[in-house]
Ligand binder design. Structure first.
Ligand SMILES: [Zn+2]
Length: 203
């Protein structure tokens, strides 16, 4: 008889532990993605969403901001992987902007000014228009860098640093002039990064 009571008590304890674990574990959807959090308003959709997710082992930090989030700034930079961290650091220190929208064209302003790749300028303008309506940006910060392959491909004399610097300056000024006619409400600032980590304000 004692053994029977013991087995019943053990069975109840196991059931209670299973129920508690189920109640206390947040759903993957609600915890991890905005897309699924939105779908999570509906129970059936949330279950479907749970099945769609294949979680990675790494956890990624995502800013937890209201739906109506915004930023003042869109940064246009070159695609060059060597300068990604430097661009972020420069914008935070010089522009005092912690979070910003971003767009990359090879060469930065040259990517917009050039005529070899016909779709690039319009793609950039479309993105700027979206960033204005979605996030309310008021400023474009273009950040370029020395030893840029795009500049060397467009300007043969850009193999000489002094010449390359002058091309950057000219293109950033041309870019600012172009923006003043197509997006006159936006302010444009421009910087040039050097390979040793120095930087120069152009406009
Ligand atoms: Zn580059």
């Amino acid at each position: 008889m004692l053994l029977l009571w013991f087995l019943i008590a053990f069975f109840l304890l196991v059931v209670i532990l299973i129920v508690l674990r189920w109640l206390l574990t947040p759903t993957r959807c609600a915890r991890n993605t905005k897309r699924c959090r939105n779908k999570g308003d509906n129970g059936a959709k949330r279950n479907k969403c749970d099945k769609d997710i294949k979680l990675l082992h790494t956890h990624f930090d995502v800013l937890d901001v209201p739906e109506s989030h915004g930023t003042t700034t869109l940064v246009l930079s070159c695609i060059d992987y060597r300068f990604i961290d430097a661009v972020t650091e420069l914008v935070r220190e010089e522009e005092e902007v912690e979070f910003y929208d971003t767009f990359s064209l090879a060469g930065g302003s040259l990517g917009y000014n050039q005529t070899v790749y016909a779709t690039w300028p319009q793609t950039f303008l479309d993105t700027v228009a979206l960033a204005k309506s979605l996030h309310g940006i008021t400023k474009i910060v273009v950040v370029e860098h020395m030893s840029c392959g795009m500049y060397k491909s467009i300007y043969p004399d850009a193999i000489y640093p002094k010449k390359e610097r002058l091309h950057h300056i000219q293109n950033i000024h041309d870019f600012k002039t172009a923006m003043s006619s197509v997006e006159p409400t936006l302010t444009v600032h421009g910087y040039l990064l050097y390979e040793n980590g120095d930087s120069e304000r152009i406009v």
